[in-house]
Design a binder for this molecule. Structure first.
Ligand SMILES: [Zn+2]
Length: 919
């Protein structure tokens, strides 16, 4: 333990002099704290400097790489693999704030894991097929491939400027034929395994974009996710993928996804919609044995209350009757345009069905109703207006003159149910209208009714799913052609593997909307049948772009393979994706399709999996970035930046015209709200490090981030502190001849040591288990401040400070690589050391925390708290009053309150020392 110079200490308080020797460790207190002002680094100038310097350390074949660590360390084979992936962007030509957020998260995690010794796979590519490119091409009359390529180049450059370190050697572009060749192969595999089929089916038609939409692309209001138009129903021959074949596994295996957000799993669960119920058969009263309607219900207990059946617009019975029923034909035409939740129905005259449990009840009417989906169940539902809200509403609309029948009463007689309203409760008792089931509880009735149905062979237990097969046909140009040929003699014939890819033909002008653009390209359409060699026609639909992105994470592992989509061994070794980062808006569509294709490829032996073909182990969904939005309080109008004027403090603007203060909110960025922020401009103004640290610091990563550029100064102030600290420390180290770590640490040294261990551990935890990247930045700031106070106190060994500082530079390099490097270069230059990139390092090893033998005592003088004294814990045990006084009088505070005073009494408690003195 440190020995303090106590030679001048005299026991008598009155004799205490001012000659207190301030503890000096191995360096002298001569540095100049004013140097802070002398260093005014332009943080935005560091980006170019360091990108150039790093490039000089990276082999020339990797012009877009910026992290030398990956190339310098040659022992990658021995390192554990870690696959980190962020959702690839659509190449619109411009990174937006959402991209900046997700790629910053992905980049810092990757840089951290590389320092931790992982061989990280961190690829990037382009989700390049799809409507925006096609629409842009039509508007500007340019080739979508040219437009896409130009945009990719721009965005690649922007990613470099944000210092995102991707494995560009793995880059893929879904619209290149060397990629979609394999998308076509996977389609063929699905077809060969009976999972791709063509069916004439009711589809969602977007009247604005003139294309078919998947169910997932229609929102709750029945509008297109892209154009916003009310979606219409049409019957078209379409390609489907049988995702329903995997519904059981997709539902069950959600339990394997322990590192997925619960919210996303719940959304998937609801989408898959597994329900257990009974399949029922209703026989037509006037028909023969084949005339029956199958339906599904989760409430067999209500079967005695059935008052009608409703069948879909494309039910076989509907089709049969409509041939001779003009009114029905007209109804169906009209119904295609009705919203999904419409209550309209068409009563089929003279058609009745029998209740399967009660054949005497044989006058149940049948309606054709748009609310019944052809693809769910059997396209028919039983209607119990007495016990189902939707059935009730339908009944009121279509048969209001007939009362509803209720066969279940609440078990609790105190619950009163309006006689004209349905009873929706599930805890009830069947009443006399339920005939022989009277008196049974819902649960008892359910099992008895299932038994009875089974005995007459008119019902059986089944599991039903809400999810429907994936419609992948698109009548658009810019997508992967479906590799199929229609032959009059042979039917549908797949394009042989050796003829893949089916190239998307170049066209002078995309025809725009309506029908398949490819159907107008004769050279493309007319083809010989691969089987009989007669004239045949190609399929002219292209694939949904979600098909391209459903398997891309496999391709990254083997991006140059010209023969097969990917090598089995590579996929088996490196899948699943360890960390997948992207927006929660992909919680259903993309992730569900990816799980489906991952499971399919596993099922057919394309890769080995320990998670039943699940492709993604951990999922991180980052929140959206909202923009600062100014609104005129008088008329509610959004204000443009040029309509505002800022005062000198630049924080609170006023409206130029009126001088009023605008309302300030944060909302989803959009052109109409003038609240967009351009990541490129922010980086150019503040530098990449400040922008990255700011975007992480402002909100927990799953929360919405309110982007306020003005707050970035806080991060900048901290980064300048780090650079200043490098100057101060290196100048001191330079003047020091002996620089050794003390064998025994004093209290301040213990504090710095423990702070360092604490923050390394905390940052590490945030990067690994908790993903709380906002606290990472605040931990950096706290450790920086701890170093500054250690230096200022001059009680801490310089060797310890130097060591802690160099470790700080390593641990902050994932977030702020240029400041780390700059600070390290300053240090090296001042010490005439050779600079070697700080990125080429290992994450600091944690050392044990040193148990401090000191404790903070509150010092009370005459009953009043005056200051805190950090002294040995043993003082309480020994009650050594002389020792205490001696220690306290080293402190300025101690001198202030006790010097030249007569101490009458000293009381020592575990955390408090109280002096009674004469005033
Ligand atoms: Zn043929």
């Amino acid at each position: 333990m440190l020995k303090r110079n106590s030679t001048c200490f005299q026991f008598k308080v009155l004799l205490v002099t001012k000659k207190f020797s301030r503890l000096s460790r191995n360096y002298s207190q001569t540095f100049n704290t004013a140097s802070e002002a002398t260093l005014q680094v332009e943080l935005n100038q560091l980006d170019k400097k360091w990108i150039d310097k790093w490039s000089s350390l990276i082999p020339k074949e990797h012009p877009h790489s910026i992290n030398p660590l990956k190339f310098i360390n040659q022992e990658n084979e021995k390192k554990p693999k870690l696959y980190t992936l962020s959702m690839f962007p659509y190449p619109s030509g411009m990174l937006h704030m959402g991209h900046l957020r997700v790629y910053t998260i992905s980049d810092v995690l990757t840089r951290f894991n590389r320092l931790k010794g992982f061989d990280v796979i961190h690829p990037m590519g382009w989700d390049a097929f799809g409507l925006p490119a096609e629409n842009a091409a039509i508007e500007r009359n340019i080739d979508p491939s040219v437009w896409t390529r130009e945009n990719i180049l721009k965005m690649k450059e922007q990613m470099k400027l944000m210092l995102a370190d991707f494995d560009w050697e793995r880059e893929i572009t879904t619209c290149s034929d060397d990629y979609y060749k394999h998308t076509q192969k996977i389609f063929k595999l699905l077809y060969e395994n009976g999972l791709a089929y063509r069916s004439k089916s009711e589809i969602n038609w977007d009247p604005v974009d003139q294309t078919v939409l998947a169910n997932e692309q229609v929102d709750e209001e029945g509008r297109s996710w892209r154009s916003g138009a009310i979606v219409e129903k049409k019957l078209l021959e379409q390609w489907f993928l049988k995702i329903t074949d995997f519904a059981t596994d997709l539902n069950k295996d959600l339990s394997l996804l322990e590192e997925w957000p619960e919210k996303v799993k719940l959304m998937q669960k609801n989408w898959i919609g597994e329900s257990h119920g009974v399949e029922l058969t209703f026989k037509l009263t006037n028909g023969n044995d084949e005339d029956l309607i199958k339906t599904f219900t989760t409430r067999p207990d209500t079967i005695k209350g059935v008052q009608y059946l409703a069948i879909s617009l494309d039910h076989p019975l509907t089709k049969k009757i409509m041939v001779e029923d003009d009114a029905l034909q007209n109804f169906i035409k009209r119904a295609e345009k009705l919203p999904e939740d419409t209550k309209e129905g068409y009563l089929l005259s003279e058609i009745y069905v029998k209740n399967p449990i009660d054949p005497l009840h044989n006058n149940i009417p049948v309606f054709v109703a748009p609310y019944v989906l052809g693809s769910y169940g059997h396209g028919a539902v039983m209607g119990c207006p007495g016990h189902d809200q939707r059935d009730y509403e339908f009944w009121i609309e279509n048969a209001s003159n007939q009362p509803i029948i209720k066969i279940i009463d609440p078990s609790d007689p105190n619950i009163k149910v309006d006689v004209n309203k349905p009873y929706l409760g599930k805890n009830g008792v069947l009443n006399q209208k339920a005939g022989k089931y009277q008196g049974l509880s819902v649960k008892e009735a359910t099992s008895q009714i299932i038994k009875d149905l089974e005995s007459v062979k008119l019902g059986q237990k089944v599991t039903q799913y809400r999810i429907r097969d994936w419609l992948i046909s698109r009548q658009r140009y810019w997508g992967a052609p479906i590799p199929m040929i229609h032959c009059n003699s042979c039917g549908i014939v797949p394009v042989p593997d050796e003829d893949l890819p089916v190239l998307l033909p170049k066209v002078d002008k995309i025809m725009g909307k309506g029908g398949s653009p490819l159907s107008k390209v004769d050279d493309f359409v007319n083809v010989k049948c691969p089987s009989c060699h007669k004239n045949a026609k190609r399929e002219t639909d292209t694939m949904d772009t979600f098909m391209d992105s459903s398997w891309y994470f496999f391709r990254y592992l083997d991006p140059k393979n010209t023969e097969i989509p990917f090598d089995k061994l590579k996929a088996s070794n490196q899948m699943p994706v360890d960390i997948y980062i992207g927006g929660v808006e992909h919680a259903i569509l993309h992730l569900l399709y990816s799980r489906f294709i991952g499971k399919f490829l596993h099922r057919i032996g394309y890769w080995d999996s320990k998670m039943n073909g699940e492709p993604i182990k951990k999922l991180i969904t980052q929140g959206m970035v909202h923009g600062k939005t100014f609104i005129n309080p008088v008329n509610g109008r959004f204000l443009k930046p040029e309509e505002l004027i800022y005062d000198s403090s630049e924080t609170s603007p006023r409206i130029k015209e009126t001088g009023q203060e605008p309302l300030v909110t944060y909302e989803k960025m959009s052109k109409s709200k003038y609240n967009g922020a351009d990541p490129g401009k922010t980086i150019a103004k503040y530098g990449a490090d400040s922008t990255r640290a700011h975007i992480l610091f402002q909100a927990p990563l799953t929360d919405i981030l309110d982007w306020d550029e003005l707050k970035i100064v806080g991060v900048q102030r901290w980064l300048r502190k780090v650079l200043n600290l490098s100057h101060r420390i290196s100048k001191l180290v330079k003047t020091e001849t002996v620089l050794e770590k003390p064998k025994i640490l004093n209290q301040d040294e213990i504090k710095l040591h423990n702070d360092l261990q604490h923050y390394i551990k905390s940052v590490e935890d945030s990067f690994t288990s908790t993903s709380s990247l906002n606290t990472v930045v605040s931990d950096y700031m706290k450790l920086t401040n701890s170093l500054i106070s250690s230096l200022d106190s001059s009680k801490v060994s310089l060797a310890l400070i130097e060591d802690a500082f160099l470790k700080l530079l390593i641990i902050l390099s994932p977030v702020t690589p240029t400041v780390s490097e700059e600070a390290y270069e300053i240090y090296c230059n001042n010490l005439n050391k050779n600079w070697k990139s700080v990125l080429i390092n290992q994450w600091p090893k944690l050392e044990p925390v040193i148990e401090s033998d000191s404790v903070n005592y509150s010092v009370m003088i005459n009953g009043k708290f005056r200051f805190v004294f950090n002294g040995k814990k043993s003082l309480y045990k020994t009650q050594d009053q002389n020792e205490i006084l001696k220690e306290i009088l080293y402190l300025k505070e101690g001198q202030k309150w006790l010097q030249n005073r007569e101490i009458k009494r000293t009381i020592i408690k575990p955390k408090m020392i109280s002096f009674l003195v004469n005033t």
